[in-house]
Design a protein around this ligand. Sequence first.
Ligand SMILES: CC(C)(COP(=O)(O)OP(=O)(O)OC[C@H]1O[C@@H](n2cnc3c(N)ncnc32)[C@H](O)[C@@H]1OP(=O)(O)O)[C@@H](O)C(=O)NCCC(=O)NCCS
Length: 175
Amino acid sequence: MQAPEPPLSDGVVHLRLWGPADVPAIVAACQDPEIPRWTRVPDAFTEKDATEWVATHEPKMRAGEELSLAVVAPAGEVLGAIALHIRHQGVGEIGYWVAPWARRRRVATRALVLLSSWALATLPLSRLQVTADPGNLASQGVAERAGFRREGLVPAYAEIKGRRVDRIMYSQLAG
Ligand SMILES: CC(C)(COP(=O)(O)OP(=O)(O)OC[C@H]1O[C@@H](n2cnc3c(N)ncnc32)[C@H](O)[C@@H]1OP(=O)(O)O)[C@@H](O)C(=O)NCCC(=O)NCCS
């Protein structure tokens, strides 16, 4: 898989590859307990974790497993993260977080619209998913605002940090 070229942008948010210079912003954002609460980000997220995390993106992208992008403002400030994971047989899944300093400004919605439109138009995907914890109303609001269809509760859908969890499933289908 290759990153979108030119990088995706709607003039308000830009999606670009991560680099080592982003580590301090990633660490700062992930100190907010809401990010480890609802995502796979570990509870105590250090500079070493962020450095390793950034370094894994390139090999995962080359292997066609994952496309992980920084969501940035026009001036370059890191606003959040968004990633497309290729699950199996034409199914992709998008996850995201937004830094506490950039929330409630439609950053996640904009980033999700950009990445999902590109992925469905460009990659051999039949189905794109967003899954959210039943208690994560913010993430469900993002999926709905970005045009994903709510399919319902999928019991025991994922394992996150050693726990089997239910997920609310959202989808967009190709075509
Ligand atoms: C979920 C998250 C990504 C939302 O990012 P955001 O950029 O603030 O979201 P948006 O501004 O695009 O919100 C779009 C819609 O989602 C809903 N929403 C967003 N934040 C919300 C909140 N805190 N509570 C309830 N609804 C919320 C609203 O419907 C909102 O539309 P509105 O602004 O017209 O009310 C952000 O809160 C976050 O990073 N949370 C922690 C990590 C996380 O939960 N990741 C998703 C895991 S599945």
